[in-house]
Design a protein around this ligand. Structure first.
Ligand code: JFZ
Length: 429
């Protein structure tokens, strides 16, 4: 029998696991220097020098409606925006700090415009909130910025009151949970040794968020660290285990399961080049086709893909990112029924591609072109009523006559033109 935490999680993550594909955005002051969101860490920048970016932040081309339409065209169903990243800068109007977007020349509350526009386009909205805060005077460690008033490292403890930081964090998360309407996902980042779970007052934090947003789903990083995804990996997750695990830059080889074989909701997050935040010198982009294959892969393993884009300091996306997204959207427009609401197949992975499945409909993603007929090994001929190509409804013709009798139980299909396509098989079961 599932415990209450798992039952509740299963209910709340239903839409999430149906939607499969979301947009991640890393945006903040670090988008100006273009060297990545970790650049200010480890005293590479002092809080005083970082002010320069704060004083000039003015993304005049920011248009949340355009962003939302772009995400929707790409087939994305939800989004997650960095309300606060590790540098502590807030893209929302928090009353607990001056280090926020409404005090920059831009003045507008970006989180507010974002949630309104994305909701308007029918997307679910998520907020990323960094547990780390290099800028906050009471945040004790892990890569903080250079604070001139902390010259004497030996006296470090004198400067920090971690409880005061945790109050700050609690208050800010409460602002996000109460001032912006319905929030669908809260994405915390991240835990590390000595700062895991209750060290963040995780239980209290999560209870408060759920009180204000009963339907919200939470990622697993209040407990998840580089070492482990936390107790979400067990049949007895803690109260702060979160609702889904979030593998970063990796797709779990066989999805994620507990020791006893129960599926765990997960979402892999990926960069489009090799950086989360805007980095104009990084041109190592993945292609639309690579990303589409990854969407298929995640779906076929029962997980989601959260694809990251990097807005510029001016508030729009680099053309190359928009073009890649557009290519994904063209494929999704035709083939998304093989993604939304789909998951793992009861059939094992065919050698030419992957299966996704929704009820008794099987979707075959041909990622490697066979020569001659396509063999659906393991699927008995009489189980398949019909096979259709998704793009044009073309009828796939079963062809067996000339194959040796040794294969006569297997289903072979003449799949038409040699190009990557998705077929539906109905019913497969
Ligand atoms: C974190 C952030 O540090 C990073 O800037 C980005 O936002 C990404 C999505 O999330 O990256 C991490 C977090 C934790 C570990 C590694 C990278 N970890 O614990 O090993």
């Amino acid at each position: 029998m599932d415990n209450k935490i798992i039952e509740d999680r299963t209910k709340r993550t239903e839409w999430f696991l149906n939607d499969r594909f979301g947009l991640f955005m890393h945006w903040g002051l670090y988008s100006i220097h273009g060297k990545g969101e970790w650049f200010p860490s480890d005293k590479q920048v002092s809080v005083d020098n970082y002010k320069e970016y704060f004083e000039e932040f003015n993304p005049v081309r920011f248009d949340a409606v355009k962003w939302a339409k772009m995400a929707k065209q790409a087939g994305m169903k939800y989004a997650v925006l960095t309300a606060k990243h590790h540098d502590g800068f807030c893209l929302f109007d928090s009353k607990y700090t001056d280090f926020k977007v409404t005090n920059t020349p831009f003045k507008r509350d970006i989180v507010k415009e974002y949630v309104e526009a994305f909701r308007q386009e029918g997307l679910k909205v998520g907020l990323y909130y960094s547990l780390l805060d290099w800028h906050h005077p009471d945040y004790p460690a892990y890569g903080d910025m250079y604070h001139p008033d902390r010259e004497n490292e030996k006296r470090r403890d004198d400067y920090h009151d971690f409880d005061r930081y945790l109050d700050y964090m609690y208050n800010q998360v409460e602002e996000l949970a109460t001032n912006y309407g319905k929030i669908d996902i809260m994405w915390y980042d991240f835990s590390y040794e000595g700062h895991i779970g209750d060290d963040w007052r995780g239980k209290e934090l999560i209870e408060m968020v759920k009180k204000h947003q009963p339907h919200i789903i939470l990622n697993g990083r209040i407990e998840g660290s580089g070492e482990s995804y936390g107790s979400i990996m067990t049949d007895n997750p803690s109260e702060y285990a979160g609702d889904f695990a979030c593998p970063e830059m990796i797709i779990p080889p066989c999805g994620l399961k507990t020791d006893t074989g129960k599926d765990i909701p997960w979402e892999a997050c990926f960069t489009l080049n090799n950086n989360w935040a805007y980095c104009p010198n990084d041109k190592m982009y993945k292609s639309s086709e690579q990303i589409i294959r990854k969407i298929v892969e995640c779906t076929s393993k029962g997980g989601n893909l959260l694809l990251n884009l990097s807005p510029t300091a001016k508030g729009d996306f680099p053309d190359i990112q928009k073009n890649i997204l557009h290519g994904i959207g063209e494929w999704m427009e035709i083939n998304s029924e093989s993604i939304y609401g789909c998951g793992k197949s009861e059939f094992s992975k065919p050698e030419w591609g992957r299966y996704t499945q929704k009820g008794n409909k099987l979707y075959a993603h041909i990622l490697e072109e066979p020569i001659g007929a396509l063999c659906l090994s393991g699927i008995k001929k009489d189980r398949v009523k019909k096979a259709r190509r998704l793009s044009d409804g073309f009828e796939m013709v079963a062809m067996t006559p000339w194959v040796a009798k040794e294969f006569s139980n297997d289903l072979f299909l003449n799949y038409g033109e040699p190009e990557w396509m998705t077929f539906t098989f109905e019913p497969a079961v």
